[in-house]
Design a protein. Structure first.
Length: 133
């Protein structure tokens, strides 16, 4: 009795297409602060409000506006995007701690920065191709 074995090979080609967008490098003003210790209030930080004022401002004077609503408790940094800011301008920033009861602290120290020109990203490459070899 003869035994036959059959080997069947399946060959297939798979085409994987990856689409999406890659974020460009973000530019703006990077704000950093240190969480209060001890926290005070009810002892739990809910988040922070950041405020911006055009020019050299002190707490309570000037045209302060909220930067981006209530920010989470961590991380203790925020990039104020350049898209909403102007070159050749001075900005002042202050932070306020909010506890889980909604109580707000006084302003932090005021940080002031003068922007001459925000950096720009390089132009993207062109002629990108892909081929199965």
């Amino acid at each position: 009795m003869k035994r036959f074995s059959k080997v069947i090979l399946f060959t297939f080609a798979a085409l994987i297409i990856i689409t999406g967008t890659w974020a460009q490098t973000s530019h703006g003003i990077l704000l950093k602060w240190t969480a209060p210790s001890p926290v005070g209030g009810n002892g739990t930080i809910q988040g922070y409000y950041l405020f911006r004022c055009p020019g050299t401002c002190v707490a309570g004077t000037g045209s302060w506006t909220s930067v981006d609503g209530l920010l989470p408790a961590t991380p203790t940094q925020y990039l104020d995007p350049a898209s909403g800011l102007a070159n050749n301008t001075t900005y002042s920033y202050g932070a306020v701690t909010v506890d889980s009861a909604g109580s707000q602290s006084a302003y932090s120290n005021i940080a002031t920065v003068s922007v001459t020109t925000f950096p720009t990203n390089p132009n993207p490459p062109s002629g990108c191709t892909a081929a199965v070899q």
